[in-house]
Structures are given as structure tokens and as C-alpha cells.
Design a protein around this ligand. Sequence first.
Ligand SMILES: Cc1cc2nc3c(=O)[nH]c(=O)nc-3n(C[C@H](O)[C@H](O)[C@H](O)COP(=O)(O)OP(=O)(O)OC[C@H]3O[C@@H](n4cnc5c(N)ncnc54)[C@H](O)[C@@H]3O)c2cc1C
Length: 526
Amino acid sequence: MPDTQTAEMHPQRWGDPAAAAPLPESARGLIELAFGLDDRPAVNEVSLPEAGIAPTLLDGLRDLLGPDQVCTDDETRRLRTRGKSTPDLLRARAGDLSDAPDAVLRPGSHEEVAAILAYAVEHHLAVVPFGGGTCVTGGLVARREGYAGLLSLDLVRMKRLLAVDHVSMTATLEPGLRGPEAEALLAAEGLTLGHYPQSFEYASIGGFAATRSSGQSSAGYGRFDALVVGLRVATPIGELALGSAPANAAGPDLRQLVLGSEGAFGVITAVTVRVRRLPAEKVYEGWRWPSFEAGADAMRTLAQSGLLPTVLRLSDEAETGINLARPDEIGGESAGGCMMITGYEGEPGAVAARRREVTDLLAGLGGVCLGEEPGRSWAHGRFHAPYLRDSLLDVGVLVETLETATFWSNRERLYADVKAALEKSLGEGTIVLCHISHVYETGCSLYFTVAAKEGPEPLEQWGEAKAAACDAMMAAGATITHHHAVGTDHKPWLATEIGAVGVSILRAVKADLDPTGVLNPGVLVP
Ligand SMILES: Cc1cc2nc3c(=O)[nH]c(=O)nc-3n(C[C@H](O)[C@H](O)[C@H](O)COP(=O)(O)OP(=O)(O)OC[C@H]3O[C@@H](n4cnc5c(N)ncnc54)[C@H](O)[C@@H]3O)c2cc1C
């Protein structure tokens, strides 16, 4: 177990409860100008629905796990209700806890997880695996109708570094380790995973695998699914252990069926990942581009030249302006432009060499290097934005993010269409920001942040805007999600993306691995 355990998140907000703060004074004026200020106090005194599970079934679970690992108290159930999307937060703030699990189970081993699944099958109990609880797509909101109870299977006790192979450079981690806990255990071995999503402080190893997460250093370290070499999974029909070699041709790669399966096919109980040596040096810097197009073209050239830094991201004009709040800072005499962040991690010699090559290429394409200050500032604030979302919700500003990906040749269309769909749905005064968050030789992902004045029915307001954006993604031939996964929120669009045969494959796998449908009912599989 790691020395320092991650604290519980605030039940109605993102992150550390101690970090909850009102909107900074410096931002209030700007926000008032853009949207008006409309304080929205959250409902704090909320009661949970009665647990809908027979006491005898709870007794059976206590026999399996011990009495302390079957929690039915209100606070624990409340903390395991839904994830952290804006709709999740709006419901929690309104005191709606109708999706609360009947009990929270805390297994300590693969064998205990397997025993819970067998018991769930026998008594027809729905089981929702819970890692860090940072899901933003409704993946923790399972259907409960028709089940004898709804159980949250909390992996919080499974936090060991099970094995390290310094020769092959792999490590096997238990699923309940949160980002910082996993990095601390690896750092003690001189290693790193290098997976830093914005939710890093709370999201778990099992969750990264179950959602095919992508981190801010994906250009250098790779997406999480690209880091996974092996998996151990408990399914209702038995154990699945995969990854006995670095690569194989033993039929289709079944690891890919588990990665992104969002708890619908099994519970991931161990993940073997590729690891790197702890970087001796980390350097981040800023670049200015005259336009989003020019910056995006430069990213494509880097990716297609095999010259990616560890971190590479580019904000559009609107996001650059908001982030800096002083666009003239990056534009010099010509205000505006777009900010790119490049980052290099590794041994000093390798960092210097890659930085030189990237700098030559970017400067040759018309980029202006702004030095390390913007890079330092990005690195310092990289996990802070979700706290600001709460402060904005507090004053009646609806804020949410969404993401997609496409090929380079379709990027401009996708960007324009999603932006237009959001602006049309949410109306005048809506602010839509975008950045390119992950790049590949063939394309990139677009990450949008949206802010609008909260109306009287914010859930419906956002639901319509999100649907319009998702429709636009599909119409543009892009993906419904590059790294947030499907959950329940993206399910209506999945069939369009993967087709009838794709849906049929997912259903067949579900029917085979989970024949009575106890795992995360209603999530992922259309
Ligand atoms: C503020 C914020 C920022 C975010 N930034 C990023 C980002 O930069 N990149 C990114 O990729 N994502 C991001 N996300 C989304 C989210 O953090 C990721 O999807 C993350 O991988 C979820 O991990 P978790 O441990 O919190 O999983 P949970 O939220 O607990 O679960 C997610 C899904 O996986 C299932 N699951 C969890 N653990 C297991 C397991 N061991 N076995 C089987 N199924 C399991 C759950 O049932 C659920 O369906 C962000 C979310 C928030 C709220």
C-alpha cells in the first residue's frame, strides 16, 4: 500500500474538499460582465433513498468480506453516487441522490472480487466497479430496475504494486491505486508511468484501463491503453489473464476487449504496464502561432516527422485569450494568436537533442518561442481547472467539457461544426474554447470547454447542447469520444460509430462473459 492515501473527494464538487473556494475576486468582474452573477447555493442536507436490498443478502456479503468491508452508512453511499461530470455535480448539488448504491463493498483481492461476482450472479445483484469516481460519461450510473440490489464495488483497498521487472521495464499494479499513489510507488523504484490526465489526482489505474484514458503527456509516453501489456480480470464466468509476451499473434488481441470495457465485461484486478525511468529533467515552454490553423499544421508536421515532444497541446484563439486574460502578452504588437505548450522529459542529453530538433522545426514553420515561463505556468496549473468549474457553477455559470478526435484532413470541419452546434444550442453569449490535446501521425483530438449562463433547467439545457455537439461529431465522421469513454451518456451515438456488426460483437461478448447481466447494467453496451 502507498504511504499516502488519496483523500475522499467532496461529494458535490471536484477534488479535495479543503480546496473548495469561491470564484477568485480577479475573475468575478469578467464573469459578471459575460454572464451576470447568480449565486446558486448547493443543498447540503440531503437524505439518501432507503437501501433497496434485503438484509439477508447483506449478511451473505458480510460473510464473504467481513463486516467492515460492507458499508451501508449514508456518507459512504453518498460518496459512491455517480461520477464528476457537470450533470453529476448539478444533480448532487440539487440533493438528488436517487442513484446511490444500496451498499459499498470493499474487496481486498482478486479472489474476493471473484466471490462477490459469484454471489451477485446467484442473487441477481447489480455490481458497479468504482475506481476513482472521476467518470464524466455516466459510467457509474447503472440501471437498478429488475435487480435485487445495486452494489458499488469499491477498489479502494486494492492498492499494491504487485511486481516490478526492471529488466523488461514493466510493473504490475492493483486497480485501486490513484494516479499519485501509483507514481509514488514507482518512483521508489526509480520508475514512472507518465500518465497524467487532468483527473490524475483522483483517477485510478483500473479506471484508466477501463476507460482507455489519455494523459497530458500522451505525445511522449502514449495513451494508457498503449502502456498496458497485461491484465487480470474477474468475470462472472471466471478469470481472464492476458499478456504473457510483449507482443503476440495468438488471435485477436483480447486485451483490447477489456481496455475500454467500463466494468461491463469484468472487474480489472491487476494491470501490467510499460514503465520508463524517472526523468532527470522536465522542461516545458510556450510557443506563439498566428492562428489555430498554423499551430495545428505545425503539430501535424511534428507528428509526421517523428519529432514529438513529451507534451504537445495547442489552444485556439478563444482559449488562449481566456487562459492568459491578456492576449497581447503572446501577440506582441499584434494581439491574438494561439498558445502551444511543448514539454520534454527524460535524460538531459536526450531532452536537449529533442528540444533542439523540435525548436528548429517549429521556428522554421513560423512559430515564436516564448521561453519557459508559459510552460511553467501551464505545468503549475495543470490540475486546477476542475476547481474553477465548481466556482463558476456556484455563481450560475454552466461549464462543461467534451472531446472528440478525427483525421488531420477533417480537423477544421469538426472544429467548426462542434463549435457552431454548441453556440446555436446554448445561445448568445456562450463561450466555446478548444484545444488540441493529443496528436498522432494521422490526426488529433479536440477538447472543448463550454461556458454559458445557467438557465432554470440546467440539466436539460446542457443535455440538448451535448446532444447537438455529439450529432455534429457523428455528422462530421469523427469519434464520439477520444478518451472519456462511453458510459451511459455517449451510448446513443455508439451504434452510429461502430455499426450494427460492432454492436452485435459487444452484445455477444457481454452475453458470454456476463450472461445474467449483473455487471454495470446499462453502461457501454447498446
Ligand atoms: C475534472 C476531470 C478531468 C478529466 N481529465 C481527463 C483526462 O485528461 N484524460 C482522460 O482520459 N480522462 C479524463 N477524465 C475522465 C476520467 O478521469 C477518466 O475516465 C478516468 O480514467 C476514470 O478513472 P476512475 O478511476 O476515476 O474511474 P471511475 O470513474 O471510478 O470509473 C470509470 C468507469 O470504469 C469502470 N471501472 C472503474 N474501475 C474499474 C475496474 N477496476 N475494472 C472494471 N471497470 C472499472 C467504472 O465502473 C466506470 O464505468 C477527467 C474527468 C474529470 C472529472
